[in-house]
Every structure is written in C-alpha cells, then in structure tokens.
Ligand binder design. Structure first.
Ligand SMILES: C[S@@+](CC[C@H](N)C(=O)[O-])C[C@H]1O[C@@H](n2cnc3c(N)ncnc32)[C@H](O)[C@@H]1O
Length: 266
C-alpha cells in the first residue's frame, strides 16, 4: 500500500500484515518497492561493521519481516485509545465504536431487529447489533470469523452472484437494517482502488433496497471525494433521509465517512 493511499483505518489485522486501509481493514497488496527493499537486506557477514549489523538486527527484530506500512500500522494500533477500549470492553475491533457512535447519534438499532452486516470480520459490528438487542444478525465476509452466539456468519465474497441470495436465505425474511463496513483489498493504484470501493458500496445499497422492510435503514462506509453522485441520488429517492456522518472513532486523517439512509420507502 502506498502512503498516499493510506486512507482507511485498519483494524482487523491480527497478524499485522501489510496495511492498506487505515480504517479497519484490509491488508493491501504489498508494493514492489517494499519487497525489493527487503530482498536487498541480505545476511550480515562475519567481521563486518558491528554497529551496522546491530542496527540491522534491531530493525529486523522490530519489523519481523513486515513492510514499512505494516510496522506503522502496528505502532498506531498500540497507541490507539479505541483499540485499548475495545480490548477492555470485549469488542473484536475498534470499528465497533464507529457503529456505537453512529447509533448514539441516529438511534437506529433497536431490540428485536433483523440486521444484515456486510463486511463483518472480525465481528465488532455484529457484537454491537446483538448488544443493542438484535434478534437476528447475518454477517458476511471474505475472511473467516470466529462464531458469535446469536449471529449467522457467512464466509463468502459479497460480490459473488449467489451471495445476496445466500444472505436472504439466512435472514429468512426482510431486514430492519443493513450496515456495511465493506472495504476492499487495495492495490495501491488510487483510481482502481477508488472504483472498487464505490462498486462495493453500490452493491450494498442495491442489496439493501431488496431486503429492507419499509422504514428500514442503510449505513455504509464511503470515502470522501468518492464518485457517489449516482448512489446518493438513488438513496435520496429510496429513503426519506440520507446524510453523511463521521464518528469520532473514525480517524480524522482518514477519508472514510458513513452514509446514513433512514426511512426506506419500500
Ligand atoms: C473494515 S473491515 C470490517 C470491520 C467490521 N465492521 C468490524 O466491526 O469488525 C472490512 C471488511 O470488509 C471485508 N470485505 C471486503 N471485500 C469484501 C467482499 N467482496 N465480500 C465480503 N467481505 C468483504 C473485508 O474482508 C474486511 O473484513
């Protein structure tokens, strides 16, 4: 992931792999430069400059073969108050606080609701929906998720043709809310990444319009500066109210923000 594209808030990177998203998410495909830099390291020869050898050892020891962006991600995670809070309060991700803060502001999640969570790993949003009393939560992610009591979890690509029907089948009826924290794997190529993000959000929105009950809501992570024009128009047409909201838990340097569409017209 190139630094310039560092606009997601990574958090579900338990192994600290290369971070592409600042926002919760996704290891990016490691830039060739980093790989080359690592390959150039080479073994330390006996009798060489001891200081240089020590420095190299320290660096390797710290980074343990990780890329620069991965080490940066780890450092940020260690110092992030929401990471600590999540650990203390038993949430699987700092992303949980984004949904909690969205809900604090808009009062969306209510007891007995059926919720679909798109892009769920490691499961923070599912935990929040259940904590707020959801009767049924169906989550879907490319990545495996440890089971969460009360939730149905699908390890599946949401963009696959069969995915929407699989989620609907698990839901067994209409949903009160669809929440999407989907963030695609990034390539480091800004335009490509941007198009992939927009495509995922659009898919989420169309899916929401298929499964929501009248009065239902749709929450989706989007990126500022994104080509959301058409999507916004569609949501304004289908929902009573559509607005943007950036919770405190979303890092200020991140371009991420959330679309909150309420009052689905059916
Ligand atoms: C920011 S993380 C979600 C964090 C989650 N909301 C939480 O609270 O723990 C974004 C997720 O989107 C998932 N994702 C990206 N593209 C996907 C796709 N095509 N299908 C399913 N999941 C996808 C990633 O695997 C990643 O786990």
């Amino acid at each position: 992931m190139s630094d310039e594209n560092d606009d997601h808030d990574d958090e579900n990177m338990p192994d600290g792999t290369t971070s592409g998203h600042e926002d919760d998410g996704m290891p990016a495909i490691e830039p060739e430069d980093n790989k080359r830099r690592r390959r150039r390291g080479g073994p330390i020869k006996a009798g060489g400059d001891k200081r240089a050898a020590k420095q190299l050892f320290e660096r390797v020891k710290t980074a343990r073969g990780r890329s620069i962006s991965s080490v940066r991600w780890l450092q940020r995670q260690i110092n992030d108050p929401y990471v600590k809070k999540a650990q203390m309060e038993g949430y699987r991700s700092r992303a949980a606080y984004k949904l909690l803060q969205i809900d604090e502001r808009f009062h969306l999640l209510k007891s007995g609701m059926n919720i679909v969570d798109l892009g769920s790993a490691p499961g923070g949003w599912i935990q929040v929906a259940l904590k707020k009393g959801a009767a049924e939560v169906v989550g879907i992610d490319l990545l495996p998720i440890d089971p969460i009591k009360g939730a149905t979890i699908l390890e599946q690509d949401f963009t696959a043709d069969e995915a929407p029907d699989l989620v609907k089948a698990e839901m067994g009826g209409q949903a009160d809310g669809v929440v999407s924290d989907l963030a695609p794997w990034t390539t480091g190529h800004k335009n490509t990444d941007h198009l992939r993000i927009v495509a995922l959000v659009e898919m989420g929105a169309h899916f929401a319009c298929e499964v929501l009950k009248p009065g239902g809501f749709f929450v989706a992570k989007v990126f500022q500066g994104g080509a959301e024009g058409e999507l916004l128009e569609m949501l304004k047409h289908k929902f009573t109210k559509t607005r943007h909201f950036k919770p405190d838990a979303s890092r200020s340097e991140s371009a991420e923000t959330f679309l909150i569409a309420t009052g689905f017209k059916g």
